[in-house]
Ligand binder design. Structure first.
Ligand code: FCB
Length: 441
């Protein structure tokens, strides 16, 4: 296949703090909302928690060696805010920040470019007690924390991400309650949307004033297709498209909330927001795309939320029940190019869960190889068609704590045997190492 990926293309893998680190309270770290949520019975499958996870907090050296083995050019990880600021604000906890300093130094020594996510869902629990993302004070809290990180790591880290999937934080965390903090309040959910937008913007400004490098946001996107050509289904798909794909990007590029969302939820959007959201049009450097699947939607008057239901397709699905739909990646990348004037893009997450088994010391995962190959080809095609794509982070470096699913879903290029913490590079990991080495799909 052609190989249109530009020189210096950042092939990498991604993780997030609460999903891999374990030892959440070590060295005087404060509890996060995910610590609290997973320790509340009924929230996570099998009662799993992040107490041990992949024990990466102690095994990070071994994990950098694994990344080296895979030949990764970049590694995306997140910082646990409550390790750095146990109460969310105030004085920096040296032991917490030192962990990330050592990790960054280790990566650089290994020739791996760090990409740091400031917020991947583990808000300090102390801040949730003050309303979390639903309280506008979070804008200041988050900016203070981000400044500390820029000060301490800004000389060594070039690539920064403010928020991971702010839509998921608002929707699953505040509207449906499937994620921490487990709230079910649509007003709070929209406040979480608005405050994340404002917080992101303040952090980008702070970065531009002091920092060197690039800063962006990582949003989860996927085509929302109508189940038929009827107007009703087409409109249902449009509502979902506005709510999922445009809720953050439209404000960030146009300074406006998408119309179908305003039409539907106007009653939940306070006055004054229209003016405030104009200010979030800020010059971030790139869009981070997390892509997994698409949805096919039918109009459904019984659905109280968006009067739509998703229709399962007769196609392969992953262990998450997500349709394998590689064309959707091309569609999303070219959609961003066209709608938002061709910004720089990194794929900050893409990957698949399958029920992998360790047998005779090996993990054969042909479905993951197939999934990744097909998605890489779509990305390649998009690059050929003028999408300014700079890197591709596979989700995930290793099997980990998959939020409300606990350890029941395996996304890794590396298998983790949780009873021993042994890591085994899967076939997909070996295959990925070859792709990186050749620099083409
Ligand atoms: C994304 C999250 C990531 C991981 C993948 C499967 O929504 O950002 O942490 O859980 O899904």
């Amino acid at each position: 296949m052609a190989g249109r990926f530009p020189e210096g293309f950042l092939w990498g893998a991604a993780t997030a703090s609460y999903q891999i680190e374990g030892s959440p309270l070590a060295d005087r770290a404060g509890p996060s909302i995910w610590h609290r949520f997973s320790h509340t019975p009924g929230n996570v499958q099998e009662g799993h928690t992040g107490d041990v996870a992949c024990d990466h907090y102690r095994r990070w050296r071994e994990d950098i060696a694994l990344m080296r083995e895979l030949g990764l050019k970049a590694y995306r990880f997140s910082v646990a805010w409550p390790r750095v600021l146990p109460e969310g604000t105030g004085r920096v906890n040296e032991a917490g920040i030192m962990f990330y300093e050592r990790l960054v130094d280790g990566l650089l020594e290994a020739g791996i470019e760090p990409m740091v996510t400031l917020y991947h869902w583990d808000l300090p629990a102390a801040l949730q007690d003050r309303g979390g993302w639903a309280n506008s004070e979070v804008i200041g809290w988050f900016t203070g924390y981000a400044r500390s990180m820029f000060r301490r790591l800004g000389d060594r880290v070039r690539l920064w991400i403010t928020l991971n999937e702010p839509w998921v934080t608002a929707h699953l965390g505040y509207a449906t309650g499937v994620h921490a903090p487990g709230m079910r309040d649509i007003f709070a959910a929209f406040r979480a949307v608005h405050h994340q937008l404002l917080a992101h913007t303040e952090v980008v400004k702070a970065f531009k004033a002091e920092g060197k490098g690039e800063i962006g946001i990582a949003v989860n996107l996927g085509p929302q297709h109508p189940a038929s050509s009827s107007d009703a289904d087409r409109e249902a798909a449009e509502r979902w498209d506005a709510y999922l794909n445009r809720l953050f990007l439209d404000p960030l590029f146009f300074g406006k909330y998408p119309e179908p969302v305003v039409d539907r939820f106007g009653w939940a959007l306070p006055e004054g927001w229209e003016r405030e959201v104009e200010k979030v049009k800020e010059s971030m450097d790139f869009v981070g795309v997390n892509y997994y699947t698409r949805s096919v939607l039918a109009h459904d008057p019984e659905d109280p939320f968006l009067s739509a239901r998703s229709v399962r397709q007769d196609a392969p699905h992953t262990d998450m029940g997500w349709e394998v739909y590689p064309e959707g990646l091309y569609e999303i990348l070219t959609w961003i190019r066209d709608r938002y004037w061709g910004p720089r893009i990194y794929i900050t997450e893409n990957g698949a869960a399958f029920p992998d088994k360790l047998e005779n010391g090996r993990v054969e995962d042909p479905k993951r190889v197939d999934y990744l190959r097909k998605h890489f080809l779509q990305a390649d095609q998009a690059v050929g068609d003028g999408v300014d794509l700079r890197g591709y982070m596979v989700w995930s470096l290793m099997d980990n704590f998959e939020w409300a699913f606990g350890y029941t879903k395996r996304f890794g290029l590396v298998y983790v045997d949780y009873s021993t913490q042994r890591r085994v590079v899967k076939e997909s990991g070996r295959w990925y190492a070859c792709i990186i080495e050749k620099g083409e799909v």
